[in-house]
Write a protein that binds this ligand. Structure first.
Ligand code: NAD
Length: 353
C-alpha cells in the first residue's frame, strides 16, 4: 500500500492510522486541507475488504469535503474518517469511545460528524471522550422547528434553492408553478425536497425502492409514481437524483431528456468525464457537492451557536454560488463541475484567516 504516491493522496496534510487492540478499533483519519479552518467531515463505518480500499475511500472523501466547505464559504477545512468494520457486528460503545480518544489526540484538527454506518447516538458516545464531534446537539432548527441534529432539512432546503437557480439559468423562469420534476429517492432529503417543490406549484414524478415511501409521496403530495427504469428519462424540466451515487454515466446521460439535473445525492457522476458529457449533451448539471451543502452548513452553526436566521441565509446562498458557477461555465465554455472545482480551489488555496 502506498501513501504519499497514492493516486488519491493529493497533498493531504495529515493522516492518522488508529489501532486499539483492546476494543478492536482500526480506523484512518484523513485531513486534506485546513487553510480555511479545522477539517470537518463524517466518520464512516464500513466493512472494507482491504486496508487499501479504506485508505482510498477516506482520501477521496476527505478531499471532497475541502471543496464542499470552501464552496459553501465555511471557515472549515476538509477531512473524513473511516472505521474498518461492520457496523451491525463490530460497533460497541468501547470501540466508539476509543475513536473519541483518537479524535481528542488530534486537538481539534479534525471534527467528526455522522456518516453512513454511524449515527448521532454513536457520535454522542465518541463525544464522551472529546469535544471534537459535531451534529449531536438538539437545537432550534433553521426552519423554526426543533432539530435533533439531523442535517436533512437543511440539505433539502439548499437543494431546493440550488434547483431554483438552475431553473432560472436554464429556463429563464423564477416561478415554479407547473414545473415538472422527477425525484429519484424519496427519503430524508428527497421527501422534503418534494414537499418544497409541491408547495411552490411544481408537478412531481417519484420513484423509490421502498413502496411505502412512494405511497406517502403519492398520497400526501399528489406525486405521480414512476418506475425504476423511467424515473431518470422522463421528459420533465428537472431530474433530481436523491438516492445513490454514480447515476450519471455513459448509458444514462445518453438517455436523459431533462435539460437540468439538480439533486442531493452524493457522487452523482460515475467518473470525471461525465461532467463534460452532460455539458456536451446540453444538460445543466448542478454539481452535487455544491447543491447538497445545506447539511454541513447546518452542522457548522452548531459549533458557532444556534442562529436559525443565519443558517437559512447561508443555505439560501447555495443558489447564488450555483448562479456564479453557471455564469462562469457559459463564459469560459467549461462544464459546471470543472468550474466548481476551480472556484473551490480559489477559495481554499489562497485563503488567509
Ligand atoms: P435516505 O436513506 O433517507 O434516503 C434515500 C432514499 O433513496 C431512501 O428512501 C431509499 O429507499 C431510496 N433509494 C435507495 N436506492 C434507490 C434506488 N436505486 N432508486 C430509488 N430510490 C432508492 O438518505 P438521505 O439522507 O435522504 O440522502 C439522500 C442522498 O443525499 C444520499 O446520496 C446522501 O449521501 C445525500 N446527502 C444527504 C445529506 C443529508 O443531510 N441527509 C447531505 C448531503 C448529501
Amino acid at each position: 500500500m502506498t501513501v504519499f504516491t497514492h493516486p488519491e493522496f493529493d497533498h493531504h496534510e495529515h493522516l492518522t492510522f488508529c489501532c486499539d487492540p483492546e476494543t478492536g478499533l482500526r480506523a484512518i483519519i484523513a485531513v486534506h486541507n485546513t487553510s480555511r479552518g479545522p477539517a470537518l467531515g463524517g466518520c464512516r463505518m464500513f466493512p472494507y475488504t482491504s486496508d487499501e480500499e479504506a485508505l482510498r475511500d477516506v482520501l477521496r472523501l476527505s478531499r471532497g469535503m475541502t471543496y464542499k466547505s470552501a464552496l459553501a464559504n465555511l471557515d472549515l477545512g476538509g477531512g473524513k474518517s473511516v472505521i474498518i468494520g461492520d457496523p451491525r457486528k463490530h460497533k460497541t460503545e468501547a470501540l466508539l469511545e476509543s475513536m473519541g480518544r483518537f479524535l481528542e489526540q488530534l486537538g481539534g484538527l479534525y471534527i467528526a460528524a455522522e456518516d453512513s454506518g454511524t449515527s448521532v447516538a454513536d457520535l454522542r458516545v465518541m463525544g464522551r471522550q472529546t469535544a471534537n464531534v459535531a451534529g449531536i446537539r438538539e437545537r432550534p432548527g433553521f426552519d423554526g422547528k426543533p432539530s435533533n441534529g439531523d442535517p436533512s432539512p437543511a440539505t433539502a432546503w439548499g437543494t431546493f434553492a440550488g434547483l431554483k437557480a438552475a431553473v432560472k439559468h436554464k429556463l429563464g423562469r423564477s416561478d415554479l408553478e407547473g414545473l415538472t420534476v422527477a425525484v429519484q429517492g424519496i427519503g430524508n432529503v428527497g421527501y422534503r425536497l418534494a414537499q418544497h417543490l409541491t408547495e411552490a406549484g411544481a408537478k412531481l414524478w417519484v420513484y423509490d425502492i421502498h413502496q411505502d415511501q412512494m405511497d406517502r409521496a403519492v398520497a400526501e403530495l399528489g406525486a405521480t409514481p414512476a418506475t425504476a427504469e423511467e424515473i431518470l428519462y422522463l421528459p420533465v424540466d428537472v431530474v433530481a437524483p436523491c438516492a445513490m451515487g454514480a447515476v450519471l454515466n455513459d448509458l444514462s446521460i445518453a438517455k436523459l431528456q431533462a435539460p437540468i439535473v439538480a439533486g442531493a445525492a452524493n457522487n452523482q457522476l460515475a467518473g470525471p468525464l461525465h461532467d463534460e458529457m452532460l455539458w456536451k449533451h446540453g444538460v445543466l448539471y448542478a454539481p452535487d457537492f455544491v447543491i447538497n451543502a445545506g447539511g454541513i452548513i447546518d452542522v457548522y452553526y452548531e459549533r458557532t451557536g444556534p442562529d436559525p436566521d443565519a443558517v437559512r441565509k447561508h443555505v439560501d446562498a447555495i443558489g447564488q454560488t450555483l448562479h456564479e458557477i453557471f455564469e462562469r461555465s457559459d463564459r469560459d465554455g467549461l462544464p459546471t463541475g470543472q468550474i466548481a472545482d476551480q472556484l473551490a480551489e480559489e477559495r481554499f488555496k489562497h485563503f488567509s484567516r
